[in-house]
Each structure stands twice: as structure tokens, then as C-alpha cells.
Design a binder for this molecule. Structure first.
Ligand code: ADP
Ligand code: MG
Length: 563
């Protein structure tokens, strides 16, 4: 084996290595340039691409520009106007700060920078490539900055190979840019490709206008603004839009997050989505939307990744909690409003903020006795029949309600279990304890769940090796047989994300209530519908399935071709 002496790398190689971390593909270049434009206070940013950016990328802005004398510095590595001292790293308010965006682009491509500040009569340009830059020359230019990138990866055949086709690279850029634009509604963004205008997002005061572009029209229609009150304890703020229950996806990709204007991923906040939706989301399904966190710069450390795609948050737990509460409160109010809408009732009480407020604050929708459904339009709900021993048919005098008896009962049971657990009220002892035999796996599951089960009102004691005795059930469920084995099987199948306690409560609710196929008496159905009405989240069972659907008078009229 031949032994080489240790030698310093030449600057061109050093530059390419460093650039490799920042510039992976055309989209990374667009990102660096667009972020620079926004940092420069631009109100209009135009991105012009050829062949998905693989041939040419041009970004034009009307920001503050760069003085002619500073052009050579701008393209030098570690040259930045955004950071003077190391202490400033503690409080970064701009998107850039590493001073290596332009230098990295120049290391892997040909970079032309044209700029004019407000004070200058003409602009100036400089061309940079690898580690060298040409002379500064005058050029006719509008105030602002224009950057032209060509010969991308010309000197790096492997990187060039790595690029996907022009249309794949274009898609990547277009979707990144439209997503980024969500956080900057005051800026107009224009995208041109191969000589054609692709899209323009005019500056707007209403960020909603930009949602359809990112999420698609249909998915965007299911987004509601985040209620920010619940997060007011935060040093800073959280804004955003979240999807309503039932509108979800198989993955988390559309849970977008901006922290101080930076588009990021954060495992911590992914958890806050899950916690905030709790029982509003179907298991295994993910809500979508966008969260925008504005935190004091010194609480955020964006300097953990070269492309700045991850952050470290100081006071992460508080942020997590604030986001979770904001999401939960938004969903809760939404569910309450939907219920009031779907039953035509207006008596639904102001819903408590946050999920920790006692359920007892919610007052009955049905304080008035049930009357003739036709006399007060939209006033009262009346049970009409049971269908297939599974659904309750009801009318509110206007529309038709179809309630899933099992899902409804589950929701009611879940909320009363949660409430009872909070109040730590005693459960009801059984006159004759229920003896159950479990298999090995169920026994393990039971041991893990004993404590939360007790909080939920279920008392269980060992009675033999694998035999257990249920001595008390949650108050109100004493009369029903409790399917402990089925409950434990369920518990081991559910995904890890929810806390044991929540899972126990949801399962407990599920296994202590009426099932599909059970005949219900008229007054049982009435009680079920009435109690559903006062739930915090009446529209969904604890597993996220709908508890009811409503046919509006309009929908019924359509079925009969009356409109
Ligand atoms: P950073 O953004 O981390 O400071 P860059 O290499 O991206 O590093 O940019 C270097 C410097 O060039 C910036 O600090 C800024 O002063 C200047 N600059 C770059 N792009 C623009 C622009 N579009 N408008 C005004 N100034 C710019
Ligand atoms: Mg930059």
C-alpha cells in the first residue's frame, strides 16, 4: 500500500466539500436565493427557471440591494451582513447568517450577482465561480438584486447525475416555493419556467388565500384557523391553520411548520399535533395544516444543520404544550359549533378553552323537553326509530340525523370516564364480582394498565395465576358485562403514540357500551342522543370515527329533485 503525506486541501476542493452540504439540487439554490431576497426586505420575488433549474436559475427581488463595493465580499465564504459577533448567534432574526449561501452556489456553478441599492444611480455586477470572482462592473439594473446561476454542477458529474429530470426538479422547486410563501403573505411571489408564467401569488393580507396552492383546493377547504388564545402563555405566538376531524392523510408530510419564518421539521412539534388531536383523529391517520411559531430569537437555535432544516428550541416543553392546547381548543370549539349547526340548536354553551377545563361547564342542549319536531324548526331533536339495531334515526325538525349507537355511546362513556378520572370519584362496587381468565399476553397488558384502569373507575384484583376479579366498574356501567379480555387485546394493538391512560380510557369506553346489533329501547336511544349532545366532541368516537351524520333539508330536497 502506498502511503501519502498529509497535505492541506486546495481551496477549490474545500469550497466544493462545504457546498455539498448546502447545495444538493436546484431547489437548494432557489431556497438560498429566495431567503436572501426575503432577508433583504423584498416585496416581490421572481424565480425564473430553465429546465427545472438544471440549466438556469434566476432570482430577482426588489429588496435593499448590495452596494457595488460590497459585491466581492457577498460572494466570499463566511461573509455576511447579518451577523457581526458570535453573541449574535444567540438571537438570529434573519433566514441567512452563515454567510455561505452565495459562496456555496459559486463553488458548484457559475454565479452572476447584479445589484443596485436605493442610493445608487446604476447597478453593479460581479461574476463568481469556484473560489475566484471577476471584477465589479457597472450594469443597468432596477433597485434590488438579481442572481443568475448557470452551469450547475458542471464540474461535479456525480451531482449532475443525481439530479432528477427537469420536471421532477421543477416540481420540487414549485412546491417548496409555494409552501415557503405561506409564511410571507406580504410578499408577491412569481414563478416562471421555460419562458412561461407558471404562477403568481400576489401579496395579500389574508394568508388563507395561499392555502389552496399548497394543500389543494379541496384539502384547503377543510382547514380552520388555529385559535391562538390557548397559546397566550407562550413567550411569542403561534398562528396557523389545521384540518378539521375526518380530514387527514396517511403521513405527516403536510404538517407544515415555520419557526420564525423558517420552514422546518420538528419531531417535538409533530408530537404536539398528535397530542392536540387526541381522540379527534382516526388512529393511524394524520391531520394536516400549517403552524407558524414566532418565538424570541434567543429561544431558537437554528444553527444545528447546514440547510437549517431543523431547530433546537429552548423551553421546548412549554412550546409543545402551547401548541397542543391551541390545537385542542380549536378542535373543541369547532366540534361544538358543528354540533350546534347539525342539530340547528343554538343553546350550546360557550365551550371551555383548553382540554383541561371541566366538562361540567358544558350545559345541556336539551334542557327543554322534547316536543313535536315540526313545531320549532331546528329547535329540538327527536328519536324516530332504530335501524338495523345499529343506528338511531332522529330528526331535529329540519334535517335527518343518523347516529351510530356504538360510536355515540363510546364517546359518551369516554368523556364520563375521563371526567370521573379527573374528579377521582369512586366507582360502583359490583354485587357479584366478575371473574375472568386471561391468557399470558392479556395478563401482561393488564398489569401495565392497572393504574389508569383504576383511575377510570375499574377495580381489578388478582384471583389466581391468570384469573382476575373485577370488583367495581365505572359508575353507571355496573349493569353491563365488561369484556375485559377484548379490551386488553385492543390495548396491545393500538399504536404507541397515545398515552396509556388515554388508550385505556378509550378502550374502556369501547368495551363498556352498547354494541351494534343490540336492540335499544326508545328511552335508551333518547338518553344516548341527549348525552351525546353535551359531549365535548360529539361528532367523533374516541377512535375518531364519526358518531353521526346529518342530511340537511337541502340535501333531502336534492334527492327528490326539488332543486
Ligand atoms: P447569508 O445570507 O448567510 O448572510 P449569503 O452568502 O447568502 O449569506 O449572502 C451574503 C451576503 O450578501 C448577505 O449577508 C447580504 O448582505 C448579501 N445578499 C445576498 N443576497 C442578497 C439580496 N438578494 N439582497 C440584498 N443583499 C443580499
Ligand atoms: Mg443567505
Amino acid at each position: 500500500m502506498q502511503v501519502h503525506a498529509i497535505a492541506l486541501l486546495d481551496p477549490v476542493t474545500v469550497g466544493q466539500i462545504a457546498a455539498g452540504e448546502v447545495i444538493e439540487r436546484p431547489q437548494s439554490i432557489v431556497k438560498e436565493l429566495v431567503e436572501n431576497a426575503v432577508d433583504a426586505g423584498a416585496t416581490r420575488v421572481t424565480v425564473v427557471l430553465e429546465r427545472g433549474g438544471t440549466e438556469r436559475i434566476e432570482v430577482i427581488d426588489d429588496g435593499e440591494g448590495i452596494a457595488a463595493g460590497e459585491l466581492p465580499l457577498a460572494v466570499r465564504r463566511h461573509a455576511t451582513s447579518k451577523l457581526l459577533r458570535a453573541e449574535d448567534l444567540e438571537s438570529i432574526a434573519t433566514l441567512g447568517f452563515r454567510g455561505e449561501g452565495l459562496a456555496s452556489i459559486a463553488a458548484v456553478a457559475n454565479l452572476e450577482l447584479q445589484a443596485r441599492t436605493a442610493g445608487e444611480q446604476v447597478g453593479a455586477r460581479i461574476v463568481a465561480h469556484a473560489e475566484s470572482a471577476g471584477p465589479v462592473e457597472p450594469v443597468a439594473a432596477a433597485p434590488g438584486t438579481r442572481v443568475i446561476v448557470t452551469d450547475l454542477f458542471a464540474n461535479l458529474p456525480v451531482r449532475r447525475e443525481y439530479m432528477k429530470g427537469a420536471s421532477a426538479e421543477f416540481t420540487r422547486i414549485s412546491s417548496w416555493l409555494s409552501t415557503f410563501a405561506l409564511a410571507y403573505p406580504q410578499v408577491t411571489f412569481v414563478l416562471r419556467h421555460d419562458g412561461k408564467d407558471v404562477w403568481t401569488m400576489p401579496a395579500t393580507a389574508d394568508p388563507r388565500e395561499r392555502l389552496a396552492m399548497v394543500f389543494g383546493r379541496e384539502a384547503a377547504a377543510a382547514l380552520i384557523p388555529l385559535e391562538t388564545d390557548a397559546a397566550r402563555m407562550l413567550d411569542g405566538s403561534v398562528r396557523g391553520f389545521i384540518s378539521t376531524p375526518g380530514n387527514d392523510r396517511g403521513d405527516r408530510r403536510m404538517q407544515l411548520l415555520f419557526v420564525n419564518g423558517r420552514l422546518l421539521r420538528s419531531t417535538l412539534l409533530a408530537g404536539a399535533w398528535t397530542a392536540g388531536y387526541a381522540t379527534f383523529a382516526m388512529l393511524g391517520r394524520q391531520p394536516y395544516g400549517v403552524l407558524m411559531l414566532d418565538l424570541p430569537p434567543e429561544h431558537v437555535d437554528p444553527n444545528v444543520h447546514p440547510t437549517k432544516s431543523d431547530v433546537r428550541l429552548r423551553y421546548g416543553t412549554q412550546v409543545f404544550d402551547a401548541v397542543r392546547r391551541a390545537i385542542a381548543a380549536t378542535l373543541h370549539h369547532h366540534a361544538a359549533a358543528r354540533f350546534a349547526d347539525s342539530t340547528g340548536a343554538t343553546a350550546f354553551s360557550a365551550a371551555p378553552a383548553g382540554i383541561d377545563t371541566s366538562l361540567s361547564h358544558v350545559q345541556s342542549l336539551f334542557e327543554t323537553p322534547l316536543g313535536d319536531p315540526s313545531d320549532v324548526p331546528g329547535g329540538r331533536t327527536r328519536v324516530l326509530a332504530q335501524l338495523h339495531r345499529t343506528y338511531i334515526l332522529a330528526s331535529d325538525g329540519e334535517g335527518m340525523l343518523l347516529v351510530d349507537q356504538h360510536a355515540a355511546h363510546e364517546r359518551i362513556a369516554y368523556e364520563s370516564i375521563v371526567e370521573r378520572a379527573r374528579e377521582q370519584a369512586p366507582s360502583e362496587p359490583l354485587l357479584v364480582p366478575l371473574v375472568v381468565e386471561l391468557d399470558a399476553q392479556q395478563t401482561v397488558a393488564l398489569e401495565r394498565a392497572l393504574e389508569p384502569l383504576r383511575e377510570g373507575g375499574l377495580e381489578i384484583e388478582a384471583f389466581g395465576e391468570r384469573t382476575f376479579r373485577i370488583t367495581a366498574t365505572p359508575a353507571g356501567y355496573g349493569a353491563r358485562p365488561f369484556d375485559l379480555a377484548g379490551f386488553l387485546d385492543d390495548l396491545s394493538e393500538e399504536p404507541k403514540a397515545r398515552t396509556v391512560r388515554e388508550r385505556v380510557w378509550a378502550s374502556l369506553a369501547c368495551h363498556s357500551v352498547t354494541v351494534a346489533g343490540e336492540r335499544l329501547e326508545f328511552d335508551e336511544m333518547t338518553t344516548l342522543v341527549e348525552r351525546l349532545a353535551v359531549c365535548m366532541n360529539p361528532m367523533h368516537c374516541p377512535h375518531g370515527r364519526p358518531t353521526m351524520v346529518r342530511l340537511t333539508p337541502d340535501e333531502i330536497a336534492k334527492m327528490f329533485k326539488r332543486m
